[in-house]
Design a protein around this ligand. Structure first.
Ligand code: GLC
Length: 555
């Protein structure tokens, strides 16, 4: 039963577009908004409900566009504001909603506010919008406190004062090119109210809140107690003075008020990696954000532990009324077929674990099963571009072409996240694989071996990852059992996930080492591998369901 008035985002499948790597219409090696616009029919065929577009604003790209220098425009490399308007309009015509990415914890160092702060004296209103502090030590040569950056090293950088002398320090939770904004400052609050309205007025359907837990800092900026070895592991932090500080929720209540003043079910989704589901659920309390990514799911190794995290997520969020949102990968994570083919299958922070041996065949088999698991769960689901093609992480990008700031900040020991950001292969047998015009060179090199992974190759193959996603998404849309919050575990042998949604729709995932017999009487809607003789092998998932008028061919 579909409830009347049920907001679209409660069950939405959202496709993450990393615009620089999606499709390049003008041949400069970078994806762009017209590239995305031209490919909207592909997204319609795929069967998703919405796109989340990673930052598209003017930016020096010190952190892939998460360093914004103008929040009310589009990066020239991606197009113009008119292109964005046309994209939003066309997406809506195709029945696809648009979620944008708002980076509000920090600006780019090139943002006019930060430039003004650099050219203003200590204590000035311009510096009050950020965190400028005097250093410790006789000459202020030590950072103001012990806080560390997500990308390695201290979270403080020292500036030269306008007269050339060594001066104050400013806070940067991420790269030094990303100075943190001071959210206790009225200019900051008012400016972001206006930015939100700017985009909501242009018709966007939702906003992803980047690095949400970073946006409030404990008053007085006290030292953090990291334990013996300072590591940026936000999932482990309790009472940290620069992450998940309670005051952050005031900002989101303010923002919710703005979204609620618009028609059409606008949605917020927060990126919040915090210590456990109890802390996470605060982000989606009534009057705050509508949804939040569920990173517990992505960190959980492939195996029976997935049942626990599914249970805990549903239970933890239930009192808030917010639906779960299931995420297995993103532009920050190792691609699924690579991760699931490794010995350690849970996600490590910021794409860590690069270089570990991976059995891609096994990883692909599991990724196929994981897709059916994720898409059968109640709530929303996020698919990162290229996961529907089963792309592996690219682990041999030449060092001189690596662009993630993690590479330099870690002293060239961590390769960072470029391996999951390689431009998509659309067609053909050699790079750029239809990503851009034939003679163009994508901003990150594509492996020659991607010939069989192109959209064109997979569209023609009913057994491909793309065909599996298309089939599953079509069924999810057509079968009403998926359009409700109903969810119930069935009794199952150890290591087998077996749950039912409304109207008898059922999902089984075999995570045990032994094959499982499946009820021969029940209709198979889709399975991640062909089922022979009614047997569900290890690492295979199946949807069983009520009879449908057009069930397709099962696998
Ligand atoms: C988020 C983004 C990531 C970025 C960081 C800083 O985690 O997903 O890509 O580096 O915020 O803005």
């Amino acid at each position: 039963m579909i409830e009347a008035g049920r907001p679209w985002w409660r069950d939405a499948v959202v496709y993450e577009v990393y615009p620089r790597s999606f499709a390049d219409s003008d041949g400069d090696g970078n994806g762009d908004l017209d590239g995305l616009r031209n490919r909207l029919p592909y997204l319609v065929d795929l069967g998703i409900d919405a796109v989340w577009i990673a930052p598209w604003y003017p930016s020096p790209f010190a952190d892939g566009g998460y360093d914004v220098s103008d929040y009310r425009d589009i990066a020239p490399v991606f197009g113009t504001l008119d292109d964005a308007d046309a994209l939003i309009r066309d997406a809506h015509e195709h029945g696809i909603r648009v979620i944008i990415d708002l980076v509000a914890n920090h600006t780019s160092e090139q943002h006019p506010w930060f430039q003004a702060a650099l050219h203003s004296p200590p204590g000035s209103p311009e510096r009050e919008r950020y965190f400028f502090r005097d250093g410790l030590g006789e000459d202020g040569e030590q950072p103001p406190n012990n806080w560390i950056s997500a990308f390695g090293g201290p979270a403080w950088a020292r500036v030269a004062e306008p007269d050339g002398s060594s001066g104050q320090w400013y806070l940067h939770t991420f790269a030094p090119q990303q100075p943190d904004l001071n959210w206790r400052n009225d200019d900051v609050r008012d400016e972001f109210d206006a930015i939100l309205r700017f985009w909501l007025d242009r018709g966007v359907d939702g906003v992803r809140v980047d690095a949400a837990p970073a946006m409030a800092k404990a008053p007085g900026l006290p030292d953090a107690d990291y334990g013996p070895e300072p590591r940026f592991d936000t999932a482990d932090w309790v009472d940290n003075p620069h992450w998940d500080v309670d005051d952050v929720h005031e900002i989101f209540r303010r923002w919710r008020g703005i979204a609620d003043s618009y028609d059409g079910d606008r949605v917020f989704v927060s990126e919040a990696v915090v210590n456990g589901l109890e802390r996470l659920r605060r982000y989606v309390r009534p009057g705050e954000l509508h949804t939040t990514f569920n990173f517990e799911f992505l960190k959980t190794p492939w195996g029976a532990g997935l049942r626990t995290v599914i249970d805990e997520t549903i239970t933890a969020l239930a009192p808030t009324g917010a639906p779960p949102t299931w995420v297995l990968s993103s532009h920050d994570e190792t691609r699924l077929v690579t991760r699931y083919g490794r010995h350690r299958t849970g996600a490590a922070p910021l794409g860590g674990g690069a270089g570990a041996r991976s059995d891609l065949e096994l990883g692909t088999r599991r990724a196929r099963a994981a897709a059916l698991l994720m898409l059968a769960l109640p709530g929303g689901a996020y698919i990162y571009q290229g996961e529907e093609l089963g792309l592996p992480d690219v682990e041999d990008i030449p060092e001189d072409q690596l662009q993630d700031p993690i590479w330099a900040r870690s002293g060239r020991t961590e390769r960072g996240r470029d391996g999951c950001r390689v431009p998509l292969p659309w067609s053909g047998t050699a790079p750029p694989f239809g990503f851009g015009p034939a003679d163009s060179a994508p901003w990150l090199p594509q492996p020659r071996s991607w010939t069989e992974l192109t959209v064109a190759a997979q569209a023609a193959d009913p057994t491909s990852m793309l065909s599996l996603y298309r089939r599953a998404l079509r069924i999810r849309r057509e079968v009403s059992g998926f359009h409700s919050d109903e969810f119930r575990w069935r009794d199952a042998p150890a290591g087998v996930l077996d749950f039912e949604r409304a109207d008898g729709v059922r999902c089984l995932v075999n995570l045990s080492p032994t094959a499982l017999a499946v009820d021969a009487e029940v209709e198979v809607l889709v399975s991640s591998e062909p089922l022979h003789g009614g047997v569900l092998p290890t690492d295979v998932a199946v949807w069983l369901g009520p009879s449908r008028s057009a069930p397709g061919d099962g696998h």
